[in-house]
Design a binder for this molecule. Structure first.
Ligand SMILES: Nc1ncnc2c1ncn2[C@@H]1O[C@H](COP(=O)(O)OP(=O)(O)OP(=O)(O)O)[C@@H](O)[C@H]1O
Ligand SMILES: [Mg+2]
Length: 255
């Protein structure tokens, strides 16, 4: 469980996060949604411990980040897996070497232990035969799966994904979303995903936090997002004509 209280973050005197309070539960896929520039990536980087913030706190299972020693922060970072926008694989390493990278960084495993673990997670993301390939030889969807395998290889308690399905076709995007949700439940991870994709919201939005101009404008689940009257949410959700039609059908059916 992650608890965020009154988080404020500025750059050069301009406030980008203006006091966000929310929480993310274990075993759940939590989605941060909002328009481009609303502060999703900055928020995620604060969760990752990559940014300092002026005010507020983030607690991971009660451990308040700003109060931890350097050693404790390092231990916490070892519990975090991340999938960046655009996969961010190391081009000069094979897929298996990419996946083993966090183990080299954070554990004292032997080479064969690392290989076994990489084997297991590559199988888990349905890439049983890709070990020796280079990232450039893999498709976009495969690269995302490698990035997910790398993010979970060290059994993280927390998984953060910034737009994990950007650049993928809608069908592959859903495969990736579902994979993240299955892994989240299976390993009981606290997962936070940035997205501006309504398909993801519909598929895996167990908890949705809607950001607008650096503030939490709404939170709820995929079951409640279509029923809310909150104007900022409806403007965002129904910016696509498809969803406008779906809503109209939904209302007509329930009349
Ligand atoms: N390192 C930085 N220095 C200064 N300003 C920044 C920095 N990073 C982000 N910002 C600003 O913070 C605001 C929020 O940016 P952020 O990247 O979090 O948006 P986002 O919601 O992730 O958008 P997108 O959907 O396009 O990825 C923007 O106005 C951006 O210009
Ligand atoms: Mg972003």
């Amino acid at each position: 469980m992650i608890e965020v209280k009154n988080l404020h973050k500025s750059f050069n005197g301009i406030e980008v996060l203006k006091g966000i309070t929310t929480s993310f539960e274990k075993g759940k896929t939590n989605l941060i949604i909002g328009q481009s520039g609303s502060g999703k990536t900055v928020f995620l980087k604060c969760l990752l411990g990559l940014f300092n913030y002026e005010e507020g706190s983030i607690a991971y299972e009660g451990r308040i980040f700003s109060q931890l020693s350097e050693d404790q922060k390092r231990n916490l970072r070892a519990e975090i897996g991340m999938v960046f926008q655009g996969s961010a694989l190391f081009d000069s390493l094979t897929i298996a070497q990419n996946v083993m990278f966090p183990l080299k960084m954070f554990t004292k495993m032997s080479q064969s232990e690392m290989e076994d673990r990489a084997d297991l997670v590559l199988k888990r993301v349905n890439l049983p035969d890709a070990h020796k390939k280079m990232p450039s030889e893999a498709s976009g969807g495969m690269q995302k799966r490698v990035a997910i395998a790398r993010a979970i290889v060290n059994k993280p308690k927390y998984l953060f994904c910034d737009e994990p399905n950007s650049g993928l076709d809608p069908k592959t995007a859903i495969v990736i979303d579902n994979l993240i949700q299955e892994i989240t439940e299976e390993y009981q991870i606290t997962t936070v995903i940035n997205s501006h994709d309504m398909n993801s919201v519909m598929e895996i939005g167990e908890k949705i936090v809607f950001l607008k101009d650096g503030l939490k404008a709404w939170e709820g689940s995929k079951e409640t997002i279509f029923r809310t009257d909150n104007e900022s949410v409806t403007n965002f959700v129904y910016s696509s004509n498809l969803f406008k039609k779906v809503r109209k059908m939904y209302i007509e059916e329930n009349e």
